[in-house]
Design a protein around this ligand. Structure first.
Ligand code: TMP
Length: 230
């Protein structure tokens, strides 16, 4: 658990309560379509479980019964055109429940939470690529997420052509986001890289085009260093 700037729905970072309650480690995986982030999240979860840690594997949008119902709605390609703010509010509605019912309790128990996408995806998909103002996202972030920020975020960076070809090969491409053009996916990629540069204290950027096992080894090393230091 990392302290966010600004006040959130919980007590302030740095207080005794904050240090005492949040004993777990929150790790997120981010990236464009076909970047391999879901595979890497699963491989890391397997590795940590094998080394005796309690791991909660989860995803966004979704991760709780309520949020999974919203996922089906949000990703429905037949959804009528709607405002970017409406879309962002749906993601944060799902996120609020996911945090309250899954992420926060797991971190309080001292578990390791591995989440396939989190708020960085909103900043990039709805913000950088979707043109929703960053200040609006910042306000939602303060309201809903507060200090429940990831300790570590792995960004799987990949050229959109390669990522989209991979996503297509596995039969994806029906949720509306994957169906958008290469220029849109270039904006996503640039948005993620910009975010990673601005938050280098928690982001680790990996080349999603590298062999799966090589990426997994780098993820394991980084996490082992972080957990060892915890
Ligand atoms: P997935 O394909 O990784 O499961 O993610 C589902 C889609 O949801 C993906 O195209 C990205 C999109 N998304 C957003 O637009 N904003 C968000 O905040 C999240 C979590 C996902």
């Amino acid at each position: 658990m990392r302290a966010a700037s600004g006040s959130g729905p919980f007590d302030s970072p740095g207080t005794a309560t904050y240090q005492h309650i949040m004993r777990g480690t929150f790790i997120t995986f981010e990236g464009g379509e076909g970047s391999g982030k879901s595979t890497q999240a699963r491989l890391l979860a397997d590795y940590l479980r094998a080394s005796g840690r309690t791991v909660i594997e989860t995803r966004e949008p979704g991760g709780s019964p309520f949020a999974e119902r919203l996922r089906g709605f949000i990703l429905d390609p037949d959804l009528p055109p709607h405002e970017p703010i409406s879309e962002a509010l749906l993601f944060y509605a799902a996120r609020a429940d996911h945090i309250a019912s899954v992420i926060r309790p797991a971190l309080e128990r001292g578990s390791c939470v591995i989440c396939d996408r989190f708020s960085d995806s909103t900043r990039v998909y709805q913000g950088a690529a979707g043109h929703l103002e960053q200040t609006v996202i910042d306000q939602l972030e303060t309201l809903v997420v507060g200090m429940m920020q990831p300790d570590l975020t792995f960004l799987l960076d990949i050229a959109p052509e390669l990522g989209l070809a991979r996503a297509k090969a596995r039969g994806a491409g029906t949720d509306g986001y994957e169906a958008r053009g290469v220029a849109y996916h270039e904006r996503l990629r640039a948005g993620f890289l910009d975010l990673a540069a601005r938050h280098s204290e928690r982001f680790h950027v990996l080349d999603g085009g590298d062999p799966k096992d090589a990426i997994a080894a780098r993820v394991r090393e980084t996490v082992a260093r972080r957990l060892g230091a915890a």
